[in-house]
Design a protein. Structure first.
Length: 278
């Protein structure tokens, strides 16, 4: 068993990611099915180009001073050349993430737009703000971990958690609501809330105001940015979901059985799929 909280301020990204604990990504897989969770542990997905762009945007938004230590920018044109392959292999051997000049420009524009959002621009310079904070603690799932983009705690604002999401999709209310639900962003933010309370040594029930925010930033022009704050009903429902998942996890561990999706079900298709369009 690990202590209630491990100090991770001096951990490298490699040390954090290597530490075996329940994180938000694994928790989302568990919410879909225990079998999928087990598959995720055994077969983690490789980074996609969208993930690389998102990570670069995060670095430029929250830790621009660390850019040169983490990234190398290819400015030689096509990546389908021997010159690029040799250049990339050399920098990757040094532990750097390689991106193109175009990707760098998009990440920079996205980061600048996100940083100008009223909520983020205020919190980034406010006293009581921590960025890219890694936390490891003993929680409802045993060892847990989280890396919070922005965490703020003060009398003025209460407890605020902001998670930056980069996207190429539309940012209208309908799209964002379904995106948050489909990708279980509310569950991720609730996991972060547990992490923050452990780090700050505060009881969740004694915090006067909690704000859980997913900040969506478009990675292409016009680089719109929209802050989506979880409403009180969603937070209450997510608190129940989090506890239910902890019970499910404990039951699966005890039984040694990790079931998949229900293999048979009855469905009712919404009527707008079954009626002739007029």
């Amino acid at each position: 068993m690990i202590p209630s909280h491990i100090e991770t301020a001096n951990w490298s990204d490699a040390e954090y990611f290597a530490f075996p604990a329940m994180n938000a990504t694994a928790l989302k897989q568990l919410a879909k099915s225990p079998q999928l969770y087990q598959h995720h542990l055994a077969h983690p997905k490789p980074k996609t180009s969208s993930m690389v762009l998102g990570s670069a945007t995060h670095c430029l938004t929250f830790e621009p001073y660390a850019w040169a230590e983490r990234y190398a920018v290819w400015e030689g044109g096509s990546r389908r050349t021997k010159a690029y392959k040799e250049w990339a292999e050399g920098h990757e051997a040094e532990g750097l993430e390689v991106i193109t000049a175009d990707e760098h420009a998009r990440a920079l524009e996205t980061a600048e737009a996100a940083s100008k959002h009223p909520l983020l621009s205020e919190l980034l310079i406010a006293k009581g703000t921590q960025v890219e904070r890694a936390i490891v603690w003993q929680g409802l799932f045993g060892p847990c971990k989280a890396k919070i983009d922005l965490l703020h705690y003060s009398d003025k604002h209460g407890l605020v958690i902001v998670d930056l999401k980069t996207t190429s999709s539309d940012l209208d209310e309908h799209s964002l609501t379904h995106t948050i639900g489909r990708y279980l962003v509310h569950l991720q933010l609730w996991h972060y809330l547990h992490a923050a309370c452990m780090l700050l040594d505060v009881d969740m029930g004694n915090v006067d105001r909690v704000r859980l925010v997913a900040l969506y930033a478009q990675t292409s022009a016009p680089h719109d940015v929209v802050a989506c704050e979880l409403g009180p009903e969603t937070m209450m429902d997510t608190a129940d979901l989090y506890r239910d998942l902890a019970d499910l996890y404990e039951g699966c561990k005890t039984m040694g059985y990790w079931p998949g999706y229900n293999p048979q079900r009855t469905v009712e298709v919404p009527s707008y799929y079954t009626k002739l369009k007029k």
